[in-house]
Design a protein around this ligand. Structure first.
Ligand code: FAD
Length: 359
């Protein structure tokens, strides 16, 4: 069976690796670079790791796994009837096709947006790193996990990053946890302007509704836009992302979608961890095994400078601290979520317990 995977990010790469033993796997990737670790990009920008640490898989690795890798080739349209993918480098046949096209950084719709940078690819990271050679006080617009990761790593590296965030809370956490996170990051050297909206940008800085901030390096991290254009052009149903059912099947026969481009009942995963979980589950489905993915249960791990934080399951409503670093969330006397500061081992243990039902 011929499996064609579009995208060589965490979702596509993991799927190809999983399936390479059983099937004939081909990857189509529009970037001209091998697989790299996106969660490490801010560590690279801060100077903690070099390029080599991001790119850990060589062409030889793909050859060894028997994966045909086509770099610099853009997928354009799926011809469902002929079971062919049309690309900038000719047509590719498939028995099953998987869209793992990910997402791109959302751009703000403000005057002067050309003065703002975004962070999604290695090329973006190189551009930001270069700009920081002549800037000590970068501004980061957006207090999501990418903005906070970047800010905390830059603070650790001795910069004075300022985060402009439109809310007073972060990452869907409650006020108490957001306050703790903010305090820890402030102590590490990040400063915040909260409840502030970006109005415009120019070469020298940004204007917010709370005043003007001077900085040559301005990075916008305000979310992602799923890459759904191929699906749209091919008559596959989309909403914010490519619509899938609980088996990652799109509205076209033998066409699946995983990772950041896929949308299941309004949910877009948005993390490498989840994208890889999608890939492993779909690999089992394609191998003919009974496999189900629980789209409603998510757990995410971030490392903000020296602070690891894990967010597990649903973290709203009734809550209780079980020790100074673990806050659990309850619904009908069942633990349905937790936030764990620092202790990654405990976080993994708790994730399993909550998934299996913990009262
Ligand atoms: P992507 O990684 O976006 O890969 C999709 C690939 O498809 C791309 O290589 C793209 O070039 C290719 N593609 C798109 N369209 C086409 C086309 N038409 N033809 C051919 N190829 C195409 N997640 C975490 O879990 N933890 C973290 O700490 C974390 N930190 C992050 C820090 C940064 C700076 C960034 C940018 C992301 C971070 N993430 C983190 C998020 C994580 O990287 C993404 O959720 C993950 O990369 C999604 O994987 P994906 O394979 O679905 O998509």
């Amino acid at each position: 069976m011929k499996i064609l995977v579009i995208g060589n990010g965490p979702a596509g790469f993991t799927l190809a690796k999983e399936l390479s033993k059983d099937f004939d796997v081909t990857i189509i990737e529009k970037e001209n670079s091998l697989y790299y670790n996106k969660p490490m990009l801010s560590h690279y920008i801060a100077g903690f790791v070099g390029e080599m640490a991001l790119f850990r898989y060589s062409h030889e690795w793909y050859d060894k796994y028997g994966i045909e890798l086509n770099l610099g080739v853009e997928a354009e349209r799926i011809d469902e009837t002929r079971k062919k993918l049309v690309t900038t480098n000719g047509e590719f046949e498939y028995d099953a096709l998987v869209l793992a096209t990910g997402a791109r950084a959302r751009e703000p719709e403000v005057e002067g947006k050309e003065h703002l940078m975004t962070l999604r690819t290695f090329e973006d990271a190189k551009r930001i790193k270069e700009s920081l050679e002549s800037e000590d006080e970068p501004v980061i617009i957006g207090g999501g996990f990418i903005g906070l990761e970047l800010a905390s790593n830059l603070a650790k590296a001795g910069f004075k990053p300022r985060v402009v965030h439109r809310r007073a809370t972060f990452l869907g956490l409650d006020e108490e946890l957001s306050g703790i996170l903010k305090e820890k990051l402030e102590n590490a050297g990040v400063s915040f302007l909260l409840n502030a909206n970006l109005m415009k940008a120019d070469e020298k800085g940004i204007l917010t509704d709370k005043g003007y901030i001077k900085s040559k390096t301005k990075i916008c991290a305000i979310g992602i836009v799923p890459n759904k254009e191929i699906a749209e052009k091919s008559g596959i149903k989309t909403n914010r992302g490519v619509l899938i059912d609980e088996r990652f099947q799109t509205s076209a026969g033998d066409v699946y979608a995983i990772g950041d481009c896929a949308e299941y009942e309004g949910i877009i995963c948005g993390t490498a961890k989840t994208s890889m979980e999608h890939a492993r589950t779909l690999a089992n489905i394609l191998r003919g095994k009974e496999a189900l993915y629980d789209f409603n249960f998510r757990s995410i791990v971030f490392k903000f400078g020296d602070l690891p934080i894990t967010i597990i399951g649903r973290v709203k409503n009734e809550s209780r601290w079980v020790d100074e670093n673990i806050k659990v969330f309850l619904e009908n006397n069942m633990v349905v979520g937790a936030v764990v500061l620092e202790d990654l081992k405990e976080a993994m243990r708790l994730e399993k317990l909550i998934k299996n039902g913990l009262s």
